[in-house]
Design a protein around this ligand. Structure first.
Ligand code: ADP
Ligand code: MG
Length: 703
């Protein structure tokens, strides 16, 4: 059943209607409970059962008033999706009577059979129990779908032993780690008033839309989210006409409904526009704390899918649905903010603020340079491998764009120290930085954009958790080093000055303002000694190096076992995704392309035979060439399919996960490429009407 909105309510009435936010809680519980709950949220107090009892009751009443019948603990297992198990509020009291119940205990903790979620070896088979635990920092919300209205409670998901089986736990731990170290720096700088520091995230979401009935005709799209065959369209990517162009009416209707649903959930959807590629779009909500923004992004992806379907469209969140067309990313806008409203990446208005700004930026420079492989790793997947380094996408090399003004300032700190000139950060006033630094570099994977960093490598379909876990943890580590060094110093001003300058000097190789998409950069980066981890297979190993294990252990973000489990899960994801793609390719090649091409070849052979009788050979020689081209490509297509089939069998016999990953990259990917080439060659010449599935022309230029 399609539900088209007929809302006549105003936006302020709708906004957050389905979100159990702080305002709602305040209205529904005694003041003392509300105050204590805030302390729990801020990590200053342990959650007690009596507080949970009152909050649970308020939540239940609110949800039931809005028509809810069920509740669910909602969590983010390591498969990158979200999971839920619904229970109704109904509790029988005899005599056929019921009451609606939801206790504090049910709010705080749920037991879940963890065996159907990946644990990467963390959970032994005899202990399949997992627990979901209420995350008090992310608001509960309602979802209204065909099964009714359900109260969703954001939760963490942990094993019986307490190890993290999800994406939320490490994120929360990394936020604590960075807060702890950043507060030390603030104290060194003389700030004794800020009590809390939180990381912020604004996640820009890119996606494609395609016609549902066309999507259903393509096995590759339906099973893998991307096209595994597809010849280049006659009309190439029209940069200017689509980007920021007028939004087509049908898409506009979809977007309108999407916004409405998101606003109702309390997600501040802000911008929507056409992206560079045809049928590609972007949505960006206003940023919030990383934890909430990560939950919200999961809901954004989910809602995009649902709303598209209502409009007989399918949203493709895959990083590279179409070869040679722009891919989709998820720009990760990251910053640090104090509870009293200071953005730590904000250039200062006075010398003291400038010292703060420079030290935090210096920490980013060092962290990104020192731990570039971990940042690369945090975006690594089989699907993002297709995007990175391709059309209009960041390369796999990590570098930072600072902008001319800021780079000049750092250069100066370096020069002044060299010439023994005094540049006293905190005394000298630095040139004022314009708030809106306009010479942005769109080709940089990691760009400073005025008061935040925009990490552009994350893929459109991935959870925002892992990139932020990495960012927070590596930053915490460098801030710790800085604080350890500065805390013991007598003259802190001088210490900061030296530290900023030394850090810049030692790590400036990571700063690059040129064209990140160019070939020259690849060479230049190599000269600078920057890693270029092109494939997930090159990046994955970084999970389990002694340095990584120590780093994550030092800050209590992930234990060795948890890191190994992540390696296992992501390695398995990598090859299973490519195995699925191979299997689908073989099916399409053998059952669709091969017979269709043969039919066409047969028709062609007939006509050549007949016409050569009438016209003579000189007129048929080019047609014979065409026939030969088709027959040859089709034979090669078939041969490659069979070979790929054999390789899949071989892979199956490999025991070790690392062997499988490498085999996939070295043996499967080249064969898939070959198979595609023959398929696409055939698509270019076989009669259009005979082609067994919709082409790029239809998928990309019709809506
Ligand atoms: P772009 O030009 O890259 O599209 P926008 O101005 O649209 O950039 O902002 C992109 C995202 O960055 C939005 O989600 C926005 O809310 C977010 N953002 C803005 N300021 C911050 C900040 N201080 N920290 C984190 N994210 C921020
Ligand atoms: Mg952006």
């Amino acid at each position: 059943m399609k539900k088209i909105i007929t809302e006549t309510k105003s936006l302020p009435e709708i906004y957050g209607d389905y979100c159990f936010d702080k305002t709602t809680l305040r209205q529904r519980v005694p003041k003392s409970v509300f105050k204590e709950f805030l302390e729990v949220q801020n990590g200053r107090k342990e959650l007690t059962l009596s507080i949970a009892e009152v909050v649970a009751n308020a939540m239940k009443d609110w949800a039931i008033e809005k028509g809810a019948t069920h509740y669910t603990h909602w969590f983010q297992p390591l498969n990158g999706l979200t999971a839920e198990k619904h229970d109704s509020f109904v509790s029988p009291i005899g005599d056929g009577q019921i009451i609606m119940e939801f206790s504090g205990k049910e709010l705080i903790k749920g037991e879940s059979d963890a065996s159907s979620f990946p644990s990467g070896g963390l959970r032994s088979t005899f202990e399949a129990r997992g627990y979901t635990a209420w995350d008090t920092t992310s608001p509960a919300f309602l979802k209204d779908d065909n099964t009714g209205i359900t109260l969703y409670i954001p939760t963490a998901f942990v094993a019986y032993t307490g190890e993290a089986l999800d994406k939320k736990v490490p994120l929360l731990r990394s936020m604590n780690a960075i807060e702890k170290q950043a507060l030390r720096i603030l104290r060194i700088l003389g700030n004794n008033t800020s009590k809390h520091i939180t990381t912020c995230l604004g996640a820009e979401q890119e996606y494609f839309l395609v016609e549902k009935n066309l999507f259903n005709k393509r096995l590759d799209l339906a099973h893998t989210g991307r096209t595994l065959f597809g010849a280049k369209p006659a009309k190439s990517q029209e940069l200017r006409s689509h980007y920021y162009g007028t939004i087509e009416e049908r898409v506009a209707a979809f977007m309108r409904e999407l916004d409405f649903e998101l606003w109702r959930l309390g997600i501040p959807s802000k911008t929507k526009h056409n992206e560079v590629a045809p049928n590609q779009f972007e949505l960006a909500p206003i940023y919030s704390t990383t934890n909430v923004a990560t939950d919200q992004n999961q809901l954004v992806m989910d809602t995009i899918n649902k709303m598209a379907s209502r409009h007989d469209l399918v949203a493709l969140l895959h990083e590279k649905p179409f070869a040679d067309v722009n891919g989709s990313g998820k720009h990760n806008n990251w910053s640090l903010a104090t509870d009293d409203g200071i953005n730590l990446f904000e250039p200062g208005k006075n010398p003291k603020e400038n010292a703060q700004f420079l030290i935090f930026i210096a920490a980013v420079i060092k962290a990104v340079d020192k731990y570039a492989p971990l940042l690369r790793l945090s975006t690594a997947s089989a699907s993002n491998d297709n995007r990175l380094g391709g059309h209009e996408a960041p390369p796999a090399i990590i570098s930072i764009f600072l902008g001319d003004e800021l780079e000049t300032i750092f250069k100066k700190t370096d020069e002044k120290l060299k010439t023994r000139n005094k540049l006293e950060i905190g005394v000298d006033s630095l040139p004022k930085l314009p708030m809106d630094i306009t010479d942005r570099n769109r080709t940089s994977p990691f760009a400073f954009t005025g008061n935040k960093f925009e990490f552009r490598m994350p893929g459109s379909s991935q959870s925002t958790s892992t990139p932020n876990v990495m960012l927070n943890t590596i930053m915490a580590d460098v801030l710790k080093e800085f604080a350890d060094e500065l805390e013991g110093m007598e003259d802190k001003t001088k210490g900061i000055q030296k530290l900023v300058s030394k850090t810049y000097k030692e790590h400036k190789r990571i700063i690059f303002s040129g064209n990140g998409y160019g070939e020259e950069w690849v060479k230049e980066a190599e000269k600078r000694g920057l890693p270029n981890l092109k494939s997930t297979t090159d990046a994955l190993g970084a999970y389990t190096t002694p340095e990584t294990i120590e780093l994550f252990g030092r800050h209590g973000v992930l234990s060795e076992g948890e890191l190994i489990s992540r390696y296992n899960i992501y390695a398995e994801n990598y090859y299973t995704q490519i195995v699925t793609e191979s299997t689908v390719m073989i099916k399409m090649a053998v059952q669709d392309i091969y017979p269709a091409s043969n039919r066409y070849a047969l028709e062609l052979a007939e006509i050549i035979k007949k016409s050569s009788k009438i016209l003579g050979e000189e007129f048929t020689v080019t047609q014979e060439e065409l026939l030969a081209y088709i027959l040859k490509n089709n034979a090669e297509l078939y041969k490659s399919s069979k070979k790929l089939e054999e390789k899949l069998e071989e892979l199956n016999n490999l025991e070790n996960i690392t062997l499988r990953v490498n085999f996939t990259k070295d043996e499967l990917l080249p064969l898939m490429k070959k198979l595609r080439t023959h398929g696409d060659n055939l698509e270019g010449v076989v009669e259009h009407k005979m082609w067994p599935f919709p082409t790029y022309e239809e998928l990309l230029f019709k809506l």
